[in-house]
Design a protein around this ligand. Structure first.
Ligand SMILES: *[C@@H]1O[C@H](CO)[C@@H](O)[C@H](O)[C@H]1NC(C)=O
Length: 552
């Protein structure tokens, strides 16, 4: 039995024979692909990618959906959110393929989307996506303002992990109750309040200076100032100290870089130098310039602090120095204490981070590299080379011949871990029920391949196929950059071969194990048979004498 199982599961790379052209269209698509209509001369593939990514954010919307909702399989949902505390917490976004709402990753994502939008707004304009950018940010910031109903309160979570994580199904059956959780000026949440200020302030800058909506920008700025004051309320704590419900879901280990990040965005939005000085003082107080280099993500914006500080406070060389150290360490595996390496396929891989979503450190580092390259001509070439190579990896220049974006190519991931898109209702059979995703989740970035550059495309493998607000946030800026700089076609455009199929026990290892097991069994069988023959022969010849001898 055991040998049979090993044999049947041991395979080397086997090319599938499925058609590479038809499989994307073979999926049942009750919601049609968003249409992109870029301006003349604009790369239509990058315009498509940006358009699809905007559509993905629509697919994560919660609350009463507007009449221009493009995602036919999404319905009004979460309409009682906040009722347990008599506040209106309807709207906003679900964090991933489930139905929980979290303030921290949302705020982090909105700040990154706004940042990329501010820097490469022309990319959005060229792709005719600027109005979608405004709507996407606003859908999030409207909710953040609801989550901050008074100066002493910030709601940080809606829905319970224990309840929601036991549900797999459409948005029409979201389990209740959906408790809401908040921090305030006694049960503080420094990290989440400061990150919320960063989101509101960055959006305020976007609406004031690029979208030309002064009224909304002012509203955002007031809310940002209020929530930043809450962030500065002592004692400082990470919010999970006050809201254990978020433990293990979106838990940070620090509030220090968030305070600096919030203050820097406040300075950018208001021009008030008090915030610039607060940022600088917190930076020194927390010795952020000397931090060990680690990837930037929703839990730790340190890398983003360096780059934003270098832009906004350029007389203070500490930010630029730290930004260069961070980027040079992140992108060079032989740098002292480098936290990342490159896989054989060329993907930036940061142990402990990439394992649960390899496309995230790749994208966040690339985004910061591109943002910093605008500030420092001496580093520009090096950092843009790094980032464009990583973008190319992500968009098909990899062993799997796969762009890690749903719905753009036959080899795109077919099984993103998203309950609503899958059409499934059986939490015990996420992979097989149904076998084929019911709705294509256009534009969703999936977790990504493993350290061997291998991607299995299995719906229940959340580390590879999960989708989330924060996975697409850097993608927005990366695509706007590519459009803005007239990048040539993404690699997947010229891929016609299907994605190589890899079995779970992949590669030579499986063969070797089977061969070794078989050889050992033959040897054991041989020894056993030889011993048995020997014993029989001995017994036949000397058996009686032996018994006699013992008796004597
Ligand atoms: C905002 O105003 C500027 C200057 O008047 C203009 O060039 C730009 O197109 C406007 N942007 C939008 C989104 O309307």
């Amino acid at each position: 039995m055991r040998i049979a199982r090993i044999l049947s599961s041991c395979c080397i790379l086997v090319l599938t024979v499925t058609s590479s052209i038809t499989s994307v269209h073979a999926q049942n698509t009750s919601s049609s692909a968003p249409t992109s209509s870029p301006q003349p001369g604009v790369n239509k593939n990058y315009a498509n990618l940006l358009t699809y990514s905007m559509w993905f954010y629509e697919a994560l919307r919660s609350g009463k959906l507007p009449s221009n909702n493009r995602v036919s399989w999404r319905h009004d949902s979460g309409l009682q959110d906040g009722q347990d505390h008599n506040v209106d917490l309807t709207g906003g976004y679900y964090d991933a393929g489930d139905y929980l709402k979290f303030t921290l990753p949302l705020a982090h994502s909105l700040a990154l989307i706004s940042w990329g939008g501010i820097e490469w707004y022309d990319g959005y304009t060229k792709a005719n996506q600027a109005s979608y950018l405004h709507d996407t940010v606003r859908w999030g910031t409207d909710w953040l303002m609801k989550a901050h109903p008074d100066s002493n309160t910030l709601y940080v979570q809606v829905g319970s992990g224990d309840i929601d994580n036991n549900y797999w199904g459409p948005d029409t059956g979201i389990p209740t109750p959906r408790p809401s959780y908040f921090i305030n000026n006694t049960a503080t949440g420094t990290d989440v309040a400061a990150m919320t200020a960063a989101a509101l302030a960055s959006a305020s800058y976007l609406f004031a200076n690029l979208a030309n909506d002064t009224n909304y920008a002012n509203q955002l700025s007031s809310a940002a100032q209020s929530v930043f004051a809450l962030a500065e309320t002592q004692p400082f704590h990470v919010y999970t100290d006050s809201v254990p419900a978020a433990d293990g879901l979106y838990q940070t280990n620090t509030y220090m870089p968030q305070l600096v990040y919030g203050a820097l965005w406040m300075y950018k939005a208001t021009g008030n130098s008090t915030y610039r000085d607060k940022a600088s003082n917190y930076f020194d107080q927390f010795s952020l310039g000397a931090s060990t280099v680690s990837p930037m993500d929703w839990s730790d914006p340190t890398g983003a602090v360096y780059v934003l500080g270098a832009e906004l406070d350029n007389s203070n060389t500490k930010y630029a120095t730290a930004a260069k150290r961070w980027l040079d360490t992140m992108t060079n595996p032989s740098a002292p204490k480098a936290p990342c390496v490159f896989t054989n396929g060329g993907m930036l891989w940061c142990d402990g981070y990439s394992n649960s979503n390899s496309m995230v450190p790749l994208q966040d580092t690339s985004l910061l590299a591109l943002l910093y390259s605008r500030l420092d001509s001496s580093k520009s070439q090096q950092y843009t080379d790094f980032a464009t190579k990583q973008i190319d990896y992500m968009l098909g220049n990899n062993y799997m011949l796969t762009p890690y974006v749903c719905g753009v190519h036959a080899n795109s991931p077919h099984n993103p871990h998203h309950a609503g898109a899958s059409g499934g209702t059986d939490i015990n059979n996420i992979n097989t029920s149904p076998a084929e995703e019911l709705h294509i989740l256009y534009g969703a970035i999936v977790g990504g391949p493993n350290k061997d550059d291998i991607f299995y495309d299995e719906r229940n493998d959340w580390s590879q196929t999960e989708v989330a607000l924060d996975y697409n946030a850097p993608f927005q800026g990366l695509m706007a950059y590519q459009i803005s700089t007239n990048a040539s076609d993404p690699p997947y455009v010229s891929i016609t071969d299907p994605r190589p199929y890899v079995s779970r026990s992949h590669g030579l290892a499986g063969w070797l194990i089977a061969v070794i097991v078989i050889v050992i069994l033959f040897i054991l069988a041989g020894i056993g048979y030889f011993a048995w023959l020997k014993r029989e022969a001995l017994r036949r010849r000397f058996g009686k004498n032996k018994e006699y001898a013992y008796a004597a």
